[in-house]
Design a protein around this ligand. Structure first.
Ligand SMILES: NC(=O)c1ccc[n+]([C@@H]2O[C@H](COP(=O)([O-])OP(=O)(O)OC[C@H]3O[C@@H](n4cnc5c(N)ncnc54)[C@H](O)[C@@H]3O)[C@@H](O)[C@H]2O)c1
Length: 256
């Protein structure tokens, strides 16, 4: 095999959860441009349809399947439809995620639960369903989108930090259990990136200058700067990388 080919994801079926906007949409664009067939997901049917329309201008193909990752029945129905209509899911990117902010002493149980349900249990539900088919085919790649907050906590997002920390260990558990079926599971942990999720933070002058001061690269990440790592982890080039988390944080964790 030519060296260039080991990075190819061309013609692979890639399911990206929460990909109608933000980092997920950005991953989707990267994979479609690299010639993959990408399955777009989100809860809002119209947004999913719009994202598919935009992506179908590029080299690969995009398909839309709206469902809630935290609803087991919806997940099972849709995964089985995808496998029938698009084909076997070869790469799964667990990207869907939410935030509900409040100090821990005031956080409503419902906000705690919702974040754990989507950001952690949702990954378990979707991965279990997809992995059963990957196991049957003795191959697959799973990429979980965790966060800098899997290691470093910040006030008002205790639910989010707990979920992302849990997801880091779920990534290792998947690697420990599913490697024997030739499934490699890894995680990408972004630092602070400019998306809808972080819009409020970017508009807060104090927070914005704190980020620029703490990150050695002195700026927010551009979502495009995550694509390369995802393409790499989904390709043959990463076949012996397993259970790892790649932090993409502009050097934040490297500096004091
Ligand atoms: N933006 C950042 O700086 C940053 C940093 C670290 C980690 N992350 C993580 O990256 C991922 C994407 O974040 P983003 O900034 O693009 O957020 P975003 O809010 O812009 O997009 C989130 C996407 O997830 C979808 N989604 C939410 N709940 C869902 C559910 N129950 N079922 C299906 N889809 C659902 C939304 O429809 C949306 O498409 C999240 O897991 C987030 O925690 C983001």
């Amino acid at each position: 095999m030519e060296t260039a080919d080991i990075f190819s994801v061309s013609d692979k079926n890639v399911l990206i959860t929460g990909s109608s906007r933000g980092l997920g949409y950005n991953f989707a664009r990267g994979f479609v441009q690299a010639g993959a067939d990408v399955i777009i997901n989100g809860r809002d049917e119209q947004r999913v349809r719009k994202a598919v329309q935009k992506l179908n201008k590029f080299q690969g193909a995009a398909f839309g399947y709206p469902f809630d990752v935290a609803q087991k029945e919806q997940v099972e129905q849709n995964i089985s439809l995808i496998e029938k209509e698009v084909g076997r899911i070869e790469v799964l990117i667990n990207n869907a995620g939410i935030q509900r902010r409040a100090p821990l002493e005031e956080m409503p149980l419902a906000d705690w639960q919702e974040v754990i349900d989507v950001n952690l249990s949702g990954v378990f539900i979707v991965s279990q369903c997809v992995a059963r088919n990957m196991i049957e085919n003795d191959s697959g790649k799973i990429i979980n989108i965790t966060s800098l907050n899997a290691e470093g906590a910040r006030p008002t997002i205790g639910n989010y930090c707990a979920a992302k920390g849990g997801l880091k260990m779920l990534t290792r558990s998947m690697a420990a259990e599913w490697s024997k079926y030739n499934i490699q599971t890894n995680a990408i942990a972004p630092g602070y990136f400019a998306t809808d999720m972080t819009e409020e933070l970017r508009e807060d002058e104090e927070f914005d200058s704190w980020v620029k001061q703490e990150v050695p690269l002195q700026r927010w990440g551009d979502p495009e700067e995550l694509i390369g790592a995802a393409l790499f982890l989904a390709s043959k080039a990463a076949s012996y990388i397993n259970g790892e988390t790649i932090f993409i944080d502009g050097g934040w964790r490297a500096s004091l």
